[in-house]
Ligand binder design. Structure first.
Ligand SMILES: [Zn+2]
Ligand SMILES: [Zn+2]
Length: 317
């Protein structure tokens, strides 16, 4: 078991597990950057983003939901991670008409096919939009998996209100046919207005409020899960983007055969658990750059496209 050390300076005595008494704390601006929780804002925080980085981000978003993906989509993630050349060789996922409207693949195809076109045209704004859309689909996949969309009538009612369920169902149905596609948040007031003058209006409204509160709570839980995934997506983007206010000059001397072999191994296996050992290898080669060493040693997940790995492998590509 390794002694816990500050990922930046490497001192064990100065490290309390969260912060270091030896290293200066990061600036306020940097702390803000490291806590960005909106995906678009995070991706936009780097000035000169490349198609390769955008595709790696898209691949990373898919990897995070890999357990919910088909073999075909996992293959797409692989191509995205390998970069624009691999994507240009890819055929469109499938014509939209080949998917049924309920296919879980359809939303992914709707996000990925514009991505293929954007890569072919080499237009960054289009690519950015497609990647942002894919990130939304991935978050929604997680939310819907844990909390599949439910109708208000699928929730339970207390015994004294249960006997109003039938008439409430008829009233909701008649309202839906008269006012289709109303936004959910205006629905409660709309229904209450609709019920005025009906027999037992108060009980019907009470029953509906009871159901609606449960639905709202249920949807909030799904939303919280999606927000947590968005924060994780932002952290993933920060694995691929260096803090924009600093520059790291990578000395080719650090690119030893050991470091290159380790980096290649991590990328192949997608197992980055030995990143702290890579930091030791870089240090043996003379690297004392605190950004690089900290990035390798900090307890954070890494992805294909990790900026340190990209720097080590940049030469051979
Ligand atoms: Zn330190
Ligand atoms: Zn990394």
């Amino acid at each position: 078991m390794r002694t816990p050390r500050c990922p930046r300076c490497g001192f064990a005595f100065a490290w309390d597990g969260r912060k270091c008494s030896h290293c200066p704390p990061p600036s306020r601006a940097r702390q803000l950057w490291e806590s960005i929780s909106r995906f678009e804002e995070q991706v936009n925080s780097t000035k000169d983003i490349t198609p390769r980085q955008l595709l790696a981000i898209a691949g990373g978003c898919l990897r995070r939901v890999e357990e919910h993906l088909s073999e075909a989509l996992i293959g797409v993630a692989d191509a995205l991670e390998r970069g624009p050349a691999a994507i240009r060789r890819m055929a469109p996922l499938a014509a939209e008409s080949e998917f049924s409207a309920t296919s879980p693949e359809l939303p992914f195809a709707n996000a990925l096919n514009p991505m293929l076109i954007a890569v072919a045209r080499n237009t960054i704004p289009e690519l950015f939009r497609a990647v942002t859309y894919l990130a939304v689909i991935c978050r929604t996949t997680i939310g819907n998996h844990a909390y599949p969309p439910r109708g208000v009538l699928s929730f339970s009612l207390p015994r004294e209100l249960e006997r109003y369920r039938g008439s409430l169902e008829r009233e909701i149905h008649s309202l839906e046919t008269r006012a289709p596609g109303r936004p959910v948040e205006t629905y409660r007031r709309l229904l209450q207005h609709h019920l005025q003058g009906r027999a037992e209006v108060e009980q019907l409204i009470a029953a509906h409020e009871h159901l609606d509160n449960q639905l709202t709570h249920y949807n909030q839980l799904r939303w919280q899960l999606m927000a947590a995934e968005e924060r994780a997506q932002c952290e993933m983007v920060r694995d691929m983007q260096i803090y924009p206010e600093i520059t790291v000059a990578f000395d080719p001397e650090w690119r030893t055969s050991t470091a290159v072999a380790m980096a290649q191994g991590f990328v192949e296996s997608r197992d980055f658990s030995a990143m702290p050992i890579l930091a030791d290898a870089l240090q043996d080669a003379g690297c004392e750059d605190p950004e690089i060493l900290e990035h390798c040693r900090a307890e954070k997940p890494h992805y294909r496209g990790c900026w340190v790995i990209e720097m080590i492998l940049a030469d051979g590509k």
